[in-house]
Design a protein around this ligand. Sequence first.
Ligand SMILES: Cc1cc2nc3c(=O)[nH]c(=O)nc-3n(C[C@H](O)[C@H](O)[C@H](O)COP(=O)(O)O)c2cc1C
Length: 172
Amino acid sequence: MLPAPGRFILPSVLCRHILSEPFGRKEKQHMNQKLVVYFSATGTTRRAAKKVASQQDADLYEITPEVLYTGADLDWTNKKSRSTIEMADKDSRPKLAGQPADIASYSEIWLGFPIWWGVAPHIINTFLELYDFTGKTIHPFATSGGSGYGKSSESLKMSARGAEFEAGVMVR
Ligand SMILES: Cc1cc2nc3c(=O)[nH]c(=O)nc-3n(C[C@H](O)[C@H](O)[C@H](O)COP(=O)(O)O)c2cc1C
């Protein structure tokens, strides 16, 4: 005879709960509420983002372009390179690859990027425009070849619906 549904389901639910405790990675992610999101074309911002995530005990999410940037794409001395063309068009929104970030689970978000032509690469705007940041705080940080943070947050604020922005900082 089959067990009554109530008798069968309850122990299996309890079992799953107990078994998931020691491996509770997802649970920790949700309690953590801190996320470091970053884009890095050549690795500098990635290294910085990992340091910030470690300092803050935060989860990490990389913004990945659908088409990765080649060395030629990043040549800022070439007026026809991909990055020059994208950055000259304030409405350009390079497409993303990968799974969306679980932004809803986090209240504090560190946002890292390299400075391109004095501001954030437009792929950061692509990312921000996907989510609702109401009730969330964004802490921007950037790497560069020497420029300061400048007015990088101005165009980001327009893309990050509902977010509170802390002052942006330069990191190494
Ligand atoms: C297209 C492009 C534009 C850049 N514009 C600037 C700039 O305006 N000022 C600056 O100091 N560095 C500039 N850089 C240098 C990067 O900001 C710097 O190398 C950064 O740390 C790279 O980070 P990543 O390795 O995470 O991509 C530019 C780099 C690229 C590829």
